[in-house]
Write a protein that binds this ligand. Sequence first.
Ligand code: 0A1
Ligand code: ZN
Length: 894
Amino acid sequence: MPNLAAANTIYRTDYTSPPFLIDTIELDFELEPQRTTVINKMQVRRNPEAKYSPKFQLDGEVLQLISLHLDGMPYKNVQIDETGLTLYEVPDAFELTITSACEPANNTSLMGLYLSNGHFFTQCEAQGFRKITYFLDRPDVMARYTVTLRANKTAYPILLSNGNLIESGDLADGKHYAKWHDPFAKPSYLFALVAAQLVALEERITTRSGAQKLLQVWVEAHDLDKTRHAMDSLIHAIQWDEARFGLELDLERFMLVAVSDFNMGAMENKGLNIFNTQYVLANPQTATDIDYTNIEAVVGHEYFHNWTGNRVTCRDWFQLSLKEGLTVFRDQEFSADMAAADAVNAAAARANQRIENVRILQQTQFTEDAGPMAHPVRPESYVEINNFYTATVYEKGAEVVRMYQTLLGREGFRQGMDLYFQRHDGQAVTCDDFRQAMADANQRDLTQFEGWYSQLGTPYVSVRTRYDEAAQTYAVTLAQHHKPAPNALQVVRAPLLIPFALGLVDTNGQDLALQLDNENAPGAATRMLELSAAEQTFCFINVRRRPVPSLLRDFSAPVIVEYDYTDDELIFLLAHDSDPFNRWAAGQQLATRTLLTHARQAENTQLNTHETNPALIEAFGSVLRNPTLTPAFRAQVLTLPTEAYLAEHMDEANPAAVHAARQNLRVQLANALSDDWFAIYAQHQTPGPYQPTPAAMGQRALKNLALSYLTDSEHTERTLHLAQTQYDTANNMSDRGAALSALIHLGGELAQAALTDFYQRFENEPLAIDKWFAFQARQTRAEMDVINVVRTLLRHPAFTSKNPNRVRALIFSFISGNPAQFHAPHGAGYTLWAEQVLALDTLNPQLAARLARLLERWRKFIPPLREQMHKALETVLASAQSKDVREIIHKALL
Ligand code: 0A1
Ligand code: ZN
């Protein structure tokens, strides 16, 4: 295999400062779908801090150069190739004017300037600006932008760019123009423009300094009734950042724009955030509770980037987690505070958020860290930066930021943030700069903390305990270690600084007041131990009876705890732990243990469907019936670990065995607790108009979980009736969607009728049609051949590979959401995968690479599957063109 990596790999340690700086840029767009002309006038000067370079290299891709002037004169000492322009013998400071053209209508990559529903949008992060014009397309070159847009007024009545509108008017030939100026210097990845036929929901607000601001949510006219929630989320985000971090909106106007074709969730362009429609549009008919929750989180996320990302940005792309980890942490805290503020039980609402976040971390990031794409939070190298918008950079990055707060306290963390902005506002900086600000503001040496940025892999903390009855002491020994790095890239490891929250639960279910052997008096019930050595022992005194340890409370560090709990201890913690997160974790661990045992039995075809773990069923039943627990929490506990999570925990992943085991336990829980499920179903209705409050969402979550379990019970007719009634009478998408999914699972004519009804009902709502595809792709009825369903749906007139949401709804949902069917022994799933990766490879490399990643764990699987997956990977390697896909496949096959 030709070594793709060697030639194209970019290394973190190769960073050098830009030889030139660009202080201002004036862009002039003549927007035409087939050919858009861009005049780009830049004020350039040598960077006094950089090594002298005789040549000036500008990035530019798929551009047609029309003319180039230096200080007003045509300039000929230029070389051009597919990566950009090189100018020779340039003066120390000069004005450069470049005219070029690009072809938005032919741009299917959704990077740079492209069309969606016939309108113009841009996406520049990470390196899309170079597809718009020639520039130093790197985040440490920050310029002030003035942008003039010209376009046909009828087709594109709305012309938007970053900053403030300073001029607009009509032109000849039915055209009009708008001129925008952004007062803040920014890197090119934050540039954006929109030219479209849109309408806006508007609000005016006053921020804490008394300034008036205009907020707008721009959408297509028929979506105006789906903008209220995004606007409310934005207002809440603005208020939250003022209250929690003292950070105020710095522009006169702030705009959100919805776009149907988008590779990611949303983008934080300065003053002009562009959103995947999925993360803006919501009304009760079309959006689920999860959609509402996600919209609040993503609107918050993009808004928070205005300070953590835009005002202080990244020096280079290896520092991506500087903005992403920090901003995910901020959006998680925002969501938790919002949920807590609206909840009857604030602590439970927070715990619920934490469980959701950790569930995602464990499912996605832990898996990534164990596979061929494993990389540190601050990667050392990449071939294609778009492949590094990962769970590690985002989710683990957020956990790393959270640990500062855990170690330094909320106040200390806030002081660190204040110092970070004092020092670095307006700069492009590194993860080290952030860590230094945290350290200096708290007079703490955080040198060891660097390991969280530089070391890949999930740390393990194994725990040993020893109770000495005579001495009344309880010794807890924590030892950290790693599994061997999966891709053998990194071997050097040093102990990390791990905040490890611990409680000791007495036999009566109460927390002990903890006293270490060097302390005079007992203290709080939860102790934040700081594990900094490879192994450390903490000795608690005055412990009158052997307690049960509650380890890593609230998931205080992104590690895997190893401790030999007995089943009884897990059941005890599930019933009594004062830390709701650990209560949930105990239940999950118990379920995982049972399911993995069953999966091994299923592998040997000994799985007896009547066989049961009565203690587990009783423990889960007590949680389900416990009225002092919130419905949301009960739903979390009763939700079994996913098949993908379970497969990852087998020595060799066997999706069929995992599915059989999980399905078997579902049937047992459904039947043994059927009276409870019916009662729960009846008690947790939410009459009246739809409300996206934490309480109502919790009710629906538990009710719909009950419905889902009941579809696996022996009460088929009764359940069918409930599902059909719920489908017919639902006043919101959470309920209608859950009912549809229940009907599909039960199968038969009612399912077909409901699917037809759903399609007709929502024919003009693309986001609902996405759900229609996804429900079908995720169905797990044993007698359904879902690969064929998916193949048929690929030919449905509403399916198109050009829309990433549609591709995710059908293809990604099937592959990640339906492992037993995807990994069916005949290997047809892998053929489908290879076909689709190659089809997307030329159309949209970024999306193709994300799809390619779904097979990266092939080595983990049982041999017959592994071999077939290997073949599919080889097929893709033989034909894939994009460096996005090639990097993934190459690493998977290493
Ligand atoms: N910075 C954005 C994520 C993002 C990254 C790349 C994109 O290119 C298609 C788009 C968005 C965020 O964190 O929200
Ligand atoms: Zn982000």
